[in-house]
Design a protein around this ligand. Structure first.
Ligand code: NZQ
Ligand code: ZN
Length: 393
């Protein structure tokens, strides 16, 4: 077990009707001029944006708006947001949407509060000194950005998708009303469930510092996500299942399921970011398409964990043959992905990458992670190409 810090400063407001508290909460956290940031229209169509504005107006808080965030949010809109926020004297950013909106809000927050080009943070050539306070109203359970330290942005030029991690951007509050997620297309719900699972799996498949208490929390979380994703497949309006998934999404990526270990593997995530950057696929679907190939490639280097996952999470019987059990666990999870409509290969994801593109993604991944990535197995550039090739087969 390794030493760890567990820092989760985000105040959570969970349940029906909680979005009406937006104005009160912005005031509590000192916001006087707010930038309301949102996506491509779902919050307008659902009426949520109107309710949020009314809540701010009730508290006498003025605001400006910037919509148009797209999945795999882009740098050009971040620049636009920074200009707008500076021009209008914005002191608080309210993100109304999913991970893409929240990440874009965090990036704008950095851009306003620091000198220089905000993209330099994502290239890791400097670090942030501050970030404007961000509050969130979550509309999709997936990325966990409502409590996380990450912002993931794509620079259109060169299609570079990069993350910047810093506690400074952890949201001040997260409003989570599971009812807000019932308007999601089934595909997005499934993508979200996959991403949530993966955030814990990235922390579970490691070769360093594992703790029993962390494993127990992680395994319970993974089982809960799988069983409730199955419920939502047949009953998408089920409030309790939506709530289980939503809370799991936050706990999966706020650090809880990684306490005591070596920081996690995160190779699947880093490999997927390049797929998302190049082909603009939904993050969760990209993860599902890469994971099985990664798992088969690294399994022997992390066998006890794969076996434990198979038995404790996927319910595989321990036959005593560790490799066979581990493999059955991988197959069972892939079966679950397919059951909820997720792809388990590039072909099912709808892409056919050329050898040049596989090499390009591996090269960009190496640049993004600074060389190698992984804990279950440390992946070098040739390893990354090999995993991509398996997913592309
Ligand atoms: O833009 P709108 O119109 O709102 O539509 C969105 C979008 O098309 C739609 N949607 C969201 N809530 C809805 C809804 N549609 C109907 N009803 C609702 N209630 O869903 C689509 C996907 O939204 P998006 O925000 O992109 O999804 P998600 O939360 O999965 O975020 C994905 C982004 O987060 C990054 C990913 O790489 C990706 O760019 N990640 C961020 C992380 C972090 N900051 O900690 C960690 C993750 O691993 C991930 O990398
Ligand atoms: Zn993710």
């Amino acid at each position: 077990m390794f030493n760890f810090t567990y820092f989760t400063p985000t105040e959570v407001f969970f349940g029906k009707g909680t979005e009406t508290q937006a104005g009160v909460l912005v005031k509590k956290y000192g916001g006087k001029k707010v930038l309301i940031h949102y996506g491509s229209g779902s919050v307008v169509r659902s009426g949520l944006l109107g309710r949020v504005k009314a809540s701010l107006e009730e508290q006498g808080i003025s605001y400006v708006e910037l919509g148009g965030v797209v999945p795999n949010p882009v740098l050009s809109l971040v620049y636009k947001g920074i200009d707008l926020a500076k021009r209008e004297g914005v002191d608080f950013i309210l993100a109304v949407g999913g991970g893409s909106v929240i990440d874009s809000a965090k990036a704008i927050g950095y851009g306003v509060a620091n000198e220089g080009d905000v993209w330099d943070l994502f290239e890791h050539t400097c670090t942030a000194k501050a970030c404007l306070p961000v509050g969130t109203i979550l509309t999709i359970a997936a990325a966990g950005s409502e409590m996380s330290m990450s912002s993931v942005i794509t620079k259109e030029e060169g299609l570079k998708k990069r993350a910047y991690d810093d506690d400074l951007s952890r949201p001040r509050f997260a409003i989570m009303n599971p009812e807000l997620t019932v308007t999601l297309p089934d595909y997005q719900t499934a993508c979200g469930c996959t991403d949530i699972l993966m955030h814990t799996m990235e922390r579970y498949f490691t070769n360093g510092g594992n703790m029993e208490i962390t494993d127990s929390i992680a395994e319970a979380l993974m089982r809960t996500v799988i069983s409730n994703a199955r419920i939502l497949k047949n009953d998408p309006k089920n409030y309790d299942a939506r709530a289980e998934i939503m809370w799991a999404g936050s706990l999966s990526h706020n650090g809880l399921t990684g306490c005591g270990n070596d920081g996690g593997d995160f190779a699947t995530h880093m490999l997927e970011h390049e797929v998302g950057g190049l082909y603009n696929v939904a993050h969760g679907a990209g993860l599902a398409a890469v994971w099985g190939s990664w798992a088969r490639y690294v399994m022997k280097d992390c066998l006890p964990r794969f076996k434990k996952f198979a038995v404790h999470v996927m319910g595989i019987k321990d036959s005593g043959d560790d490799e066979a059990v581990a493999l059955k666990g991988i197959e069972a999870l892939e079966g679950f992905f397919q059951e909820i409509g997720m792809p388990i290969s590039f072909k099912e994801l709808g892409i056919k990458a050329s050898e040049e593109d596989l090499a390009l993604m591996a090269k960009k991944c190496v640049a993004a992670v600074g060389g190698t990535q992984g804990s279950a197995k440390v992946l070098t550039e040739p390893d990354m190409i090999a995993v991509y090739r398996m997913a592309n087969a």
